[in-house]
Design a protein around this ligand. Structure first.
Ligand SMILES: *Cc1c(COP(=O)(O)O)cnc(C)c1O
Length: 451
């Protein structure tokens, strides 16, 4: 037998490795299916590139292959980008009160769809009825999976019938994220989009002239992630509402982030209450943008329209589970009490004490990093107030740290700008500051090691 053949015969089999006592704790942590996958992966690599010390290092190779499987795939990161509603980082961190409610409801049965007074079945979203009505002034409300679903449900319900038409300004055909264009949502909702006006200007008359017997909805979409400047214009929502009422058409306003109350000192997004008062029949907005709650789509407006949306079979497929309903209820309760500091998103947006926190943390960094404090702007993000920068300060570090920071545990996501790695503490929760310091120190050691 050749030397290579002889060598191959000494490679242990899968079952032998599964029985190896030294590896038992590792296999117990992984479970049998994943243990087999790890072994097969490592043995295949060994057979493909036979090496004498490969056999000696087999246990170490198995541990290394198992490691990525032992950590959860989704895990907490420290957001040092200064973008508060960072969609790729999960948008709004929940308030501690919402987290507590979520945990309580998760571990128990609840009165989700059960009326304790009558013993009868009841709607699950009734838990938000009172809070939403009092916060927004709306007759009724409904919650679904996210705002995209809210828009889809509203348009599908109101304009689904054959050749139903939806009027929208050419200046509002927004793309929200990679795969969400308003035009596509309308098409999927089963209706036909009728574009009115020009990209930069749309007049009330443009809407009026486009109304036909097939028109079902006038749609207003907030330009959440871009701004138009120069020769631009659109009728105020109240004017559009007057036209809609005169022609007996529902006016649906997709507010994007939406905002329950104007927050002092912050860029203003279209308010839910103000839009309803201006005459919108339905408004849709996100749960995890400025509201600071879990992912959800909220719809507020006329009771008769909300009842039609609720009766749409699609609603069943888009509804929320008990966990998010609980987190949303707790979040709305904080809004009702105007407890802005208890809501991470609004506390971050206000950024009280940001400069003092930044200076204190910078003073604790390894001096060899040459950290500098410089003025910089944070962003609301998540398609809110796109041109409104929140003035603040950041810590500037060598850019080589950035990729090393994102490999720490917990990972730190920093901002890269002008060849510097910027840490914006506005989006770092105060409880994460020690972890951030450790991550920077460890990333600095990694960097020094290769320098
Ligand atoms: C963000 C946004 C959406 C989508 O909201 P999701 O909750 O992410 O589904 C829809 N419309 C507008 C105007 C938005 O800004």
């Amino acid at each position: 037998m050749s030397a290579a053949g002889e060598w191959r015969r000494r490679i242990p089999g899968v079952d032998e490795l599964l029985r190896r006592p030294a590896l038992a704790p590792l296999w117990a942590e992984l479970g049998p299916a994943r243990a087999r996958a790890v072994i097969q992966q490592v043995l295949a690599a060994l057979r493909a590139a036979p090496a004498e010390d490969g056999l000696a290092q087999l246990d170490a190779a198995l541990h290394a292959a198992a490691r990525p499987r032992l950590a959860p795939s989704q895990r907490p990161v420290i957001n040092a980008t200064g973008v508060i509603l960072h969609t790729n980082l999960g948008r709004a961190p929940l308030a501690p009160a919402a987290v507590a409610r979520l945990a309580e409801v998760a571990a128990n049965y609840t009165n989700l769809e059960f009326d304790l007074a009558t013993g009868r079945r009841a709607r699950r979203d009734r838990h938000l009825d009172g809070l939403l009505a009092e916060l927004t002034g709306a007759e009724a409300g409904l919650v679904v999976n996210n705002n995209a679903a809210a828009v889809m449900l509203a348009l599908n319900t109101l304009a689904r019938d054959l050749a139903g038409e939806i009027l929208i300004s050419r200046g509002e055909l927004v793309e929200i994220g990679e795969s969400f264009r308003i035009a596509d949502i309308v098409a999927r909702g089963g209706a036909r989009l009728v574009e009115v006006g020009a990209t930069n200007r749309t007049r009330l008359d443009d809407y009026a002239h486009a109304i036909t017997p097939h028109t079902r909805v006038i749609l207003r979409v907030h330009r959440s992630n871009f701004v138009q400047r120069g020769y631009v214009g659109q009728p105020p929502l109240a004017e559009l509402a007057k036209l809609a009422r005169a022609r007996r058409l529902p006016l649906v306003a997709d507010l994007g982030s939406g905002c329950l109350a104007p927050l002092p000192g912050l860029p203003q997004e279209p308010g839910v209450r103000a839009s309803l008062e201006a005459g919108a029949d339905l408004v849709t907005y996100s749960g995890d943008k400025l509201l600071g709650g879990p992912q959800a789509g909220l719809i507020s407006g006329r009771a008769a329209l909300i009842a039609r949306l609720r009766a749409n079979p699609m609603f069943r497929a888009l509804r929320l589970d008990k966990l998010r309903l609980a987190a949303l209820e707790a979040t709305l309760a904080l809004h009702a009490r105007q407890a802005w500091e208890a809501l991470p998103v609004t506390a971050m947006a206000r950024g009280e004490g940001l400069e003092a926190r930044t200076r204190a943390l910078a003073a604790r960094l390894p001096p060899s990093l040459g950290a500098e404090i410089q003025p910089a702007a944070s962003l609301l993000g998540g398609g809110s107030a796109p041109d409104a920068a929140l003035p603040g300060v950041v810590i500037a570090l060598p850019s080589a740290l950035a990729p090393r920071l994102s490999r720490q545990t917990p990972a730190v996501v920093a901002r890269l700008e002008d060849g510097r790695c910027l840490l914006d503490l506005r989006t770092v929760l105060p409880a994460q500051e020690d972890s951030l310091l450790q991550a920077v120190a460890s990333a600095a050691r990694d960097w020094k090691a290769v320098k």
